[in-house]
Design a protein around this ligand. Structure first.
Ligand SMILES: Cc1ncc(COP(=O)(O)O)c(C=O)c1O
Length: 468
């Protein structure tokens, strides 16, 4: 049975030409919202790019780009010669779906920011820990376990976080989760239950995180970011009692939250009895300075600390944690219990074994050196291949930012890079409404082996518009 084609008027698109936001962005957001809320049902056909452009009185290129973006996110299914169809509706499904399509597409170079080098996953050492876990797990550990995790695993994680990140934690405050996004959604649901309506986000910050939080029912609100991280003073004028920050390495701009801002942020939280969620997503990879300790260490009862093995080992493990203030331990753990009962015990035990054997530290040392070389190489090639452009966010992590003149340059670079088979992200993709900061490309080097870097950056340079 062929799905019904929806008419433009039924899409309820209303473009505001006087609004600062680009028409394409408005179109994208309204379609995304329609799909997310279920107004546009899975499999429903949308008008062709030509038809929609004509009906809305905008250029076809704007519609093509909006459809392409939504297809990349998994919201639309685009097949040559057919009208686009609405894809799976849940954001998690959308993200997984995007992964499936990307594999088919086969990028020449993958410069997306969030990817570690999965070819270096320590398979032998992890297998050994897994075997050990299976061999030594008690019968009780093979049954239903505490929803927070196994105590010896909570202890191993707490010891690592105290030592490596300066987190003020004991085992009782650790919740084992399926990654930091999982931890974030559990905290968001808890805040919602407490009656909160919004969650503050750095603007820009990771699109995936906005999407997941919005799905819980909390509304993300953007707070400006500059070189020194979140502009903490701006919180006073925002209607929220909780905020998500990435203090060690702001995603995506790359700054580290200064000491002064840390203090102001915690003062704000104290004053309004608020909660700060600290996303320590890639803090293990810091290259030019000593690691910056976790914000949580300054105020353990105000800060929820979340982290995972997605950058250090592999996202596919789905292994992460939250360190919770005392008052949130029960409600957040019970959110986890209500959905999955607990995280798989064998993987938990394997990770504890991996940590205790020192394999995690050895792997981090190897990867830190390797990523640092890649970063230096990328900077060198960018300086060589591109006109003088501002490069920022180089002190840590698996990506850096190349600033471009504005949205037009960013859009052109993204389009041309995609056409050349380069997977890339832009700053705008991660912006929330009201964003007025720089535009540019995020260049990930985690998944690009060193010998490939010169070719990848050369290909990218062809895509970047010449500077004015
Ligand atoms: C800013 C940020 N936080 C967190 C994560 C990791 O999420 P998870 O631990 O659920 O894989 C990512 C993943 O790309 C990220 O970019």
């Amino acid at each position: 049975m062929s799905p019904r084609r929806i008419q433009t008027r039924d899409l309820l698109i209303s473009l505001n030409r006087g609004d600062g936001a680009r028409l394409g962005r408005q179109l994208e957001e309204q379609l995304r919202e329609g799909i997310r809320t279920g107004r546009l049902a899975a499999d429903q056909q949308l008008p062709s790019t030509r038809m929609l452009a004509q009906d809305l009185g905008i250029s076809r290129g704007v519609v093509v780009r909006a459809y392409a973006q939504l297809a990349a996110e998994g919201y639309l299914l685009v097949t040559q010669g057919a009208n686009p169809r609405v894809g799976l509706v849940s954001s998690a499904e959308a993200l997984a779906g995007a992964g499936r399509r990307e594999r088919k597409r086969g990028w020449r170079f993958d410069l997306r920011p969030e990817r570690p080098d999965l070819t270096r996953f320590p398979r032998r050492e992890w297998s050994r820990s897994l075997r050990e876990a299976v061999r030594t797990a008690s019968t009780a550990e093979l049954g239903y376990i505490d929803r927070r995790g196994l105590l010896q695993v909570q202890e191993a994680i707490a010891a690592y976080l105290r030592r490596a990140r300066g987190v003020d934690v004991d085992a009782e405050h650790v919740l084992v989760t399926a990654g930091s996004t999982h931890a974030l959604t559990l905290v968001a649901r808890t805040l919602l239950r407490e009656g909160q309506k919004t969650l503050g986000f750095e603007n820009p910050s990771n699109l995936v995180l906005h999407t997941l939080v919005r799905r819980t029912g909390l509304e993300p609100v953007g707070i400006p970011v500059d070189e020194d991280g979140l502009v903490a003073d701006a919180l006073a004028s925002v209607d929220t009692r909780s905020v998500l920050v990435s203090p060690a390495h702001q995603f995506p701009l790359g700054g580290a939250l200064t000491v002064e801002r840390r203090i102001r942020l915690l003062d704000w939280a104290e004053r309004i009895d608020g909660i700060v969620i600290e996303d320590d997503y890639d803090a293990e990879f810091r290259y030019d300075r000593v690691p910056i300790g976790a914000l949580q260490g300054l105020a353990p009862e105000r800060v929820v600390y979340i982290g995972s093995t997605s950058k250090t080992l592999a996202p596919g493990l789905r292994l992460g944690w939250a360190v919770l203030p005392t008052r949130l331990v029960d409600p957040v753990s019970s959110e986890l219990g209500a959905s999955t009962l607990h995280q798989p015990a064998i993987e938990q035990l394997a990770f504890a074994d991996f940590l205790c054997r020192g394999e995690f530290d050895r792997h981090l040392r190897r990867m830190r050196a390797s990523y640092r070389r890649r970063r230096d190489h990328v900077i060198d090639r960018l300086n060589h291949e591109l006109p003088p452009l501002r490069i920022r966010g180089i002190a840590a992590g698996l990506h850096l930012v190349v600033e471009l003149g504005g949205e037009t340059e960013e859009e052109t670079a993204e389009r041309q890079a995609t056409a050349a088979g380069i997977a890339i992200d832009t700053l705008s993709k991660h912006a929330l409404p009201g964003y007025t900061g720089p535009r540019g490309l995020l260049i990930g080097f985690g998944a690009t082996p060193e010998p490939t870097i010169p070719r990848a950056i050369h290909a990218l340079a062809q895509a970047v518009p010449a500077s004015p």
